[in-house]
Ligand binder design. Structure first.
Ligand code: PEP
Length: 251
């Protein structure tokens, strides 16, 4: 069985004005043929930059994605974006269930699942995020929490080519702290088992990303962990040198 091709995806969150596109162009310049054959790269910019970035991405090998979508295709939902709109703007994927959305917008597993299905409806890959809080880890509840989030957020019908799962411990996001390689391996093995129990070979081939304070300095160790098929990167995806430094873990 061959391992899935790794994916390093950057989540720019609510960062980036037009001038930040120069960083994206620098990423494209540094993403040569050898790296392209080793790892897929994606940037999920704020929606305001998605179309321009997607145009600028043509020929670079880097794909673009949205950071969230509404579950409906259209309608009276002021301020929201549908998956179809993201696709229309050039996205090939959408992040759903990021912990910041779960916390700031009260998104439940059921909502996240509906958003993942909306992404599929529009032809997007759904990047489904799960992760425990620090309190849950301290209580020894990590695997139960992750198990229930995967069960509740990943829809039936998930395949290796339409779904990516991102394990992002909430306490590691933007903090500079990361779990040990042993802890990452334990959680990723747990997710892999859930996915293969439910989806068989598709689950075995589905990419499971690690996210939370991934930097050029720790990427090699984290990306070498069994069942880690790439990274979801926040802060370090804003600068080409850092993002390419992380991708170089596969170079
Ligand atoms: C994230 O929010 O998806 C993330 C991983 O952030 P950071 O890399 O900044 O911890």
């Amino acid at each position: 069985m061959t391992a899935p091709k790794p994916l390093v995806a950057g989540n720019w969150k609510m960062n980036g004005l037009k001038e930040a596109l120069s960083e994206f162009q620098a990423m494209g310049k540094g993403y040569g043929a050898e790296l392209q054959s080793a790892v897929d790269l994606m940037i999920c910019p704020p929606a305001t930059l998605l179309y321009t970035m997607s145009v600028s991405a043509v020929g670079s090998g880097i794909t673009t994605g949205g950071q969230d979508c509404h579950q409906n295709a259209s309608g009276a939902h002021t301020g929201d974006l549908s998956a179809e709109m993201l696709s229309d703007a050039g996205a090939s994927a959408v992040i759903v269930g990021h912990s910041e959305r779960r916390a700031d917008h009260g998104e439940s597993d059921g909502t996240v699942k509906a958003k993942a299905e909306a992404g599929w409806r529009a032809g997007l890959i759904a990047i489904v995020c799960v992760g425990e809080t620090e309190a849950e880890r301290d209580q020894g509840a990590t695997l139960d929490r992750i198990g229930s989030q995967v069960a509740g957020s990943v829809p039936d019908g998930a395949r290796a080519d339409n779904t990516v799962v991102a394990y992002e411990p909430v306490w590691a996001i933007g903090t500079g702290r990361t779990p040990s390689a042993v802890d990452v391996a334990e959680v990723h093995a747990h997710i892999r088992k859930e996915l293969t129990d439910r989806f068989g070979e598709e689950g075995a081939q589905m990419r499971i990303l690690y996210g939370g304070s991934v930097k050029p300095g720790n990427a090699k160790e984290l990306m070498a962990v069994e069942n880690v098929d790439g990274a979801l990167v926040g802060g370090a995806s804003l600068k080409a040198a850092d993002f390419l430094g992380i991708a170089a873990a596969y170079g």
